[in-house]
Design a protein around this ligand. Structure first.
Ligand code: ATP
Ligand code: MG
Length: 347
């Protein structure tokens, strides 16, 4: 990073620039930025005593250029997808949107798969190199060891083999990487780790539709993706982008997981659709099945944030039962795919 940072040139005519940022998704960056910008605008308007009837703020980009660029990147000599040695199947947990519960889903799914099929080997890869939260949620820490073949040994907890950038770089250092560096980090987390033997590797992904997703889809034989969303329009809109990206990259979508569908009032038991109730319509529109739906549950959040996934900490809860059902569906999906591949080979 110190190697000749480019000179910072001011933006012509711009007096000050304020970033609204967070390492975490879904914490309200855009909401804050929009309100902050509007608040400044309102103040300015008041100061100038100008009150125009309405403002429209429109963010535009040249869609044609963006699409052409993406198509070029995707078409540029796709590397051959090499299997991960000893890994039978790979499932992504993704969403275009941040903070919707991707990691919560990935962690509980991996643990639930181990719970319902204890003889199967399950792995959990944290592909969120910018904001890894698997170490916290799986309660793993410490520097991983290298084996005799110079491969990194995954850390084991709850019977699940885990690897995360959070174990390889110190916690507080925000990772400021782009493009190639992300791809190199992913290469390390996938091909330099002693994953095998594994029946299934669950991959937690960062928010967005960026370098990580492209790199994973281009380099690994992905069996399917689970798309996590919350029921508000803003999340569903971004989720749609994620689904479109997977379709373009030819990654089959197993289904949608709706998270934080509603909250139940602890006093009167009323269902409150705090984030709206749009998931069904969007799923139908995209031809996707909602394979599981989880309500907001304070206990579940508390468990996962203290490194005890609900599937273990609250095994009798509705959430734990739903994660077991989700795990069952994923196993069935993998089995079907394997059977189909075997039949295709015979023919
Ligand atoms: N059903 C739920 N009920 C209550 N809290 C939840 C639920 N699902 C997730 N959470 C909480 O929401 C927060 C965000 O979840 P999580 O980190 O899994 O989201 P994410 O999509 O992985 O975020 P990021 O985009 O930053 O990676 C966490 O604190 C988690 O405990
Ligand atoms: Mg996450």
């Amino acid at each position: 990073m110190a190697r000749g940072l480019p000179e910072k040139k001011p933006l012509p005519g711009v007096k000050s620039i304020i970033l609204v940022a967070s390492g975490k998704g879904g914490v309200g960056k855009t909401t804050t930025a929009v309100n902050l910008a509007c608040a400044k605008y309102t103040k300015l308007r008041q100061n100038l005593k100008i009150l125009p009837s309405a403002y429209t703020i429109r963010f535009t980009h040249n869609k044609k250029d963006v699409n052409e660029h993406r198509a070029k990147v995707m078409a540029r000599g796709l590397p051959e997808k090499k299997p991960l040695p000893g890994v039978k199947s790979i499932i992504l947990v993704a969403s275009g949107k941040g903070g919707v519960g991707k990691t919560t889903t990935a962690v509980n799914l991996a643990c639930a798969m181990k719970v319902i099929e204890p003889d199967k080997e399950i792995g959990l890869l944290d592909a969120d190199v910018f904001g890894p939260s698997v170490p916290l949620m799986m309660n793993i820490s410490g520097e991983p060891m290298l084996n005799d073949e110079h491969l990194i040994e995954p850390l084991l907890n709850y019977g699940v083999k885990c690897m995360s950038m959070g174990l390889l770089v110190s916690g507080e250092n925000a990772v400021v990487w782009r493009g190639l560096m992300v791809m190199q980090a992913l290469e390390r987390l996938t091909r330099h780790v002693a994953w095998g033997p594994l029946d299934c590797l669950v991959v937690d992904t960062p928010p967005g539709t960026g370098d990580t997703h492209l790199s994973l889809a281009q380099n690994l034989p992905l069996d399917g993706a689970i798309v996590v969303t919350t029921p508000q329009s803003a999340a569903l809109q971004v989720t749609r982008r994620g689904v479109n990206m997977f379709e373009k990259l030819k990654v089959p979508i197993i289904g949608m997981v709706e998270n934080m569908s509603h909250a139940i009032c602890s006093k009167c038991g009323t269902k409150n659709f705090v984030f709206g109730n749009e998931t069904k319509n969007t799923a139908k529109d995209m031809g996707l099945e909602i394979i599981e739906s989880f309500e907001v549950d304070h206990n579940m959040s508390e468990c996962i944030n203290s490194g005890k996934p609900a599937i273990y900490a609250l095994p009798d809860s509705i959430h734990a039962e739903k994660y077991r059902q989700l795990a069952n569906k994923v196993f069935k999906y993998i089995d079907n795919k394997e059977n189909q591949a075997a039949k295709a080979k015979e023919q």
